[in-house]
Design a protein around this ligand. Sequence first.
Ligand SMILES: [Zn+2]
Ligand SMILES: [Zn+2]
Length: 213
Amino acid sequence: MADTEKKCDICGKAFENSDKLNKHNLESHKNEPAKVRRVASQSSRYKATGIAAAIAIALVVGVYFSENQSSPRNPIQGVECEPVEALVFHIHAHLDVMVDGKSVTVPAGIGIKPNVCFYWLHTHDTSGVIHIESPREIIFTLAQFIEVWDNTPGISPSFEEATNGDTNLKVFVNGTEVKDGFDKIQLAAHDEIVIISGNIPPSIPSYYEFGGL
Ligand SMILES: [Zn+2]
Ligand SMILES: [Zn+2]
């Protein structure tokens, strides 16, 4: 059986058998003692360790960045949070919350993480105007807005606190009672939405003066 091809450890040259390789070593590398070879093989081991370390670092960095992006911007029921307000789709609805005939203020800053991001549904002030701002046209629901309300850090009162934990809330949209679940009530431009807990007030707002919005 023929000797299999041999490669020189030092220069990588190939030889048809070990005799020729040995001869080559004696002639070409006689002044380079064995330690050179050891260094050569060590350096390739270092190289392998280096690559493994680089991969490990890349993985750690990758996980760090993806977590860093996903945790503060964590979507709420599909509603994402943008570092800069996305205004491609920009409409407004208005929400009144009434408990036993009295207005409850809708907090400012729902859906806004200061210096972090703006959820596609948010309030800039206590007027009750819901800003619907997203990078494309999406149909949002009242349920999504309530979820954003309850999941924005630092917002007080929560929706449940504002409505005393009432589970028999009534909803009027543009003056008409809507008996669908919150997840079926869509937020359309210039809708006036009234959520009522307890006594139905004698007059229910049916529109809101949006001004330029
Ligand atoms: Zn906005
Ligand atoms: Zn707006």
